[in-house]
Write a protein that binds this ligand. Sequence first.
Ligand SMILES: Nc1nc2c(c(=O)[nH]1)N[C@H]1C(S)=C(S)[C@@H](COP(=O)(O)O)O[C@H]1N2
Ligand SMILES: [Mo]
Length: 324
Amino acid sequence: MLIQMKKASDVLSSEITRKSFYMNRRKFIQAAGAVSGAALFPSIAPPAFAASAKLENVQKSQWGGSLQPTSLESIMSHNNFYEFGTGKSDPKENAHTLKPKPWTVEIAGHAKNTGRFNFEDLVKPHQLEERIYRMRCVEAWSMVIPWVGIPLASLIKKAEPTGNAKYVAFETLVDPKQMPGQRGRSLKWPYVEGLRMDEAMNPLTIMAVGIYGEELPNQNGAPLRLVVPWKYGFKGIKSIVKITFTEKEPPSTWNKQAPQEYGFYSNVNPDVNHRRWSQARERPITGEGGLAALFAKKIDTLKFNGYAEEVAHLYQGMDLKKFF
Ligand SMILES: Nc1nc2c(c(=O)[nH]1)N[C@H]1C(S)=C(S)[C@@H](COP(=O)(O)O)O[C@H]1N2
Ligand SMILES: [Mo]
């Protein structure tokens, strides 16, 4: 998200290593840790790059097989997560203080099966799937991310919402000890987001628990975050602790922050510009190296981020310039 225009250096700083290099380095760190204790190697084992756990029994899906995923290094290095600072590299530097285990999620509001659930109990009944999605940030950069997650629809069905449930609201953890950015007032805490029920039930919408076949890195929203690929990235709320079924449209953080710039819907739309910049094109971040990324050719942004076939029907008859 953006209060000011992005600097070119923001992109440059994230393009350092390719995935293969990163993987090898991590294997080395694991080996070093196993033999002699990682503490002996503090300079090569920053906490943000600690090994995460492989996810078992992940099914491939029909989505995104032809897209070329962004390098894991870039996905983990160029983030928006204001709970850890407002800079793109702040989450990588600071998110090691987040403790995603143990984790509980409260289900509340208009549903039969409300209560507080262990993260594992919430996720276990559902089939994990890989979904390779293009993600488009409102700042006009994009990445292709191989998520692992479960359809939000299957989680919602388990909760058994009542007829009064018209929207789903989400909240991120509030704990300034774990999230140092919350000691400041860059945003109002908790970070909150929401979807209309039919958006939440759309098969494209997932709750992500992993990337590249492993548990989510902290900076990407461990242990559980929302992914809505036809909307701008800021709808993808991270480190969720509460899901509430509501009758009224719930508040969303960036809409509260700057209502003239960010609407509730936030669908990717090249025809509706941000008040301060065009949304017609985007710069894909690939992870192919610093200068290459900086001078990477922009591509046209597609309506609904390329997922019009799956979701355009949700907005039939709505004026998308008004409901932006
Ligand atoms: N809790 C929380 N969730 C958040 C944000 C945030 O600051 N706090 N930033 C959003 C924005 S603006 C984007 S673009 C995406 C970035 O996700 P990524 O860092 O995993 O690519 O997370 C979104 N979810
Ligand atoms: Mo964003």
